[in-house]
Write a protein that binds this ligand. Structure first.
Ligand SMILES: O=C(O)CCC(=O)C(=O)O
Length: 286
C-alpha cells in the first residue's frame, strides 16, 4: 500500500489554477502509486466496468473509457479516496472539502489517432458550481504524439457555456441548452492553449468549465493510460440537464442539494471510515 504523501501544491499553483483554469502538478502520484495503478488498469481491461465504452470506434487503436470503477475495485477506490488527488483538488479549488463525483479511466492505445474533441465537462454533468474539477493523472509518459491534454487558458472565466455532444460521434450535438462550440483548431492562434508533457505520476488539474481536448495517439508503441478523477467542492449543487451523463445509480439528491450522498462521498479531509466507504459493492481485486 503506497504511503500518503501530501501533494506539493504551492501558492502559485493555486493562483495559476484560478487564473488559467488548469495547472500541472508534478509527481502527484509517486512511483508506488503509479505501479499500483498501472497494474490495476491492465487488470481491469479484461473486466469491463458498468460503463465500458470505446470512443472513436473507427480508429485502428482503441480509446477505452470506463467510469465509476472506484465503486467496484479496491485500487481505483484507493486512488479516488486515499491518494493525494483529493487533497490536491481541495487545495487548488480553495475548498474546505471535496466529494468524489466519479473516476474516468481513459486509455488511448497506439493508433487511437482521433483527437479528444474540445469540450467543457460541466455541461455534461448533473452539477453546477465553480468548485468542480478533474485531476487527470498520467501513468505513461505523455506528449503531443500520444495524447497530451490541451486547455484554453481562462476559458472557465469566460461565462460561455458550450453544447455537449456524443463523444463517439463528435458532430452529434445532443442538446440546444448551450451555445455552439468555437472551432478552436481552426483558430488556434486566437487562443492561449496550455499543454504539458507529463511523466508517469504527473497530473493536470482543471476546472470543469475549462475548454479542453487532447491529441490523438499517433505513435506505434506508446500507450497513454490516464485516470481523470472528478471532485466537487463547497459550492457544487446537484442539477438536472436536458442531456447529461448516466450515473451509476440514482444518487437520491434533489435539485439544489449539496453533492453529499453515498454515491458522492467526501474524499478530503478524510472522514472517519464508515462501512460504505470501506467496502464498495464488489471488489474484483481483493
Ligand atoms: O483523456 C482524454 O483524452 C480526455 C480527458 C478529458 O476530456 C477529461 O478528463 O475530461
Amino acid at each position: 500500500m503506497p504511503q500518503y504523501v501530501p501533494p506539493c501544491i504551492e501558492r502559485r499553483d493555486v493562483e495559476a489554477f484560478a487564473h488559467d483554469g488548469a495547472v500541472c502538478v508534478r509527481g502527484l502520484f509517486d512511483s508506488s502509486w503509479v505501479e499500483r495503478m498501472r497494474q490495476a488498469i491492465d487488470r481491469i481491461e479484461s473486466i469491463p466496468g458498468p460503463f465500458r465504452e470505446r470512443y472513436s470506434p473507427d480508429d485502428p487503436g482503441e480509446f477505452l473509457s470506463d467510469k465509476f470503477l472506484w465503486t467496484c475495485n479496491s485500487d481505483f477506490r484507493a486512488a479516488v479516496l486515499d491518494s493525494p488527488a483529493a487533497e490536491a483538488a481541495c487545495r487548488l479549488m480553495r475548498a474546505s472539502r471535496v466529494n468524489v463525483f466519479y473516476d474516468h479511466l481513459m486509455v488511448k492505445e497506439p493508433g487511437a489517432i482521433s483527437r479528444t474533441p474540445w469540450h467543457q465537462d460541466l455541461n455534461y454533468w448533473p452539477v453546477e458550481g465553480e468548485q468542480v474539477c478533474s485531476v487527470w493523472i498520467a501513468f505513461d509518459p505523455v506528449d503531443r504524439s500520444n495524447g497530451a491534454m490541451e486547455f484554453v487558458a481562462g476559458s472557465h472565466r469566460s461565462g460561455r457555456r458550450y453544447q455537449p455532444f456524443d463523444f463517439r460521434h463528435a458532430d452529434a450535438v445532443e442538446t440546444d441548452e448551450f451555445e455552439p462550440l468555437p472551432d478552436v483548431d481552426a483558430h488556434r492562434g486566437e487562443f492561449r492553449i496550455l499543454t504539458w508533457d507529463l511523466e508517469p505520476g504527473d497530473a493536470v488539474v482543471f476546472s470543469a468549465l475549462t475548454l479542453h481536448g487532447a491529441a490523438g495517439n499517433a505513435t506505434r508503441d506508446r500507450r497513454r493510460r490516464a485516470l481523470s478523477i472528478r471532485y466537487t467542492g463547497d459550492d457544487a449543487r446537484f442539477v438536472k440537464r436536458k442531456k447529461m451523463i448516466r450515473l451509476l445509480r440514482d444518487p437520491g439528491l434533489h435539485v439544489g442539494d449539496r453533492m453529499d450522498c453515498e454515491l458522492f462521498p467526501v474524499a478530503w479531509p478524510p472522514p472517519a471510515r464508515t462501512a460504505s466507504r470501506a467496502r464498495p459493492d464488489d471488489d474484483s481485486e481483493a
